[in-house]
Ligand binder design. Sequence first.
Ligand SMILES: [Cu+2]
Length: 149
Amino acid sequence: MRPLIATLLTTCLLSAVEVADAFARATAPTQKTGAVFLRLSNSSSSPISLTSASTAVAGTAELHTHIREDGVMKMRAVPTITVPAQGSTTLKPGADHIMLFDLKSPLVEGTTLRLTLTFSDASQTQVEVPVRSADATSADAPKACCQGN
Ligand SMILES: [Cu+2]
């Protein structure tokens, strides 16, 4: 067994799911809901599901997806979001996302929020989530071009 894998196995509290490219969208002062997007990569040989999320900045956090119903895109709460074995799942605008309800204060662009993710293997991961603009579509810092996309 190669040394890197041996190291990972000995630190067994580490989740097999790695989080990347997390971002939240800035919210208006009166807005009580927000959304977080990120990519989950599963390095293990079995599927692992994201089962819950929580953050101090919101009363509750739900796992959501978008479905098309009668030609209209609607949001639905889902119990879990599965990350395939040796694969990845991307939570992105218009698809799966983490929905924040009952925001304690607006999400301000340029700040960060701390999110705790719990997985079906009982592991937990804390993520520092940067807040991007209200219409951000990726974790990248905003570009001057691309208005109206
Ligand atoms: Cu939602």
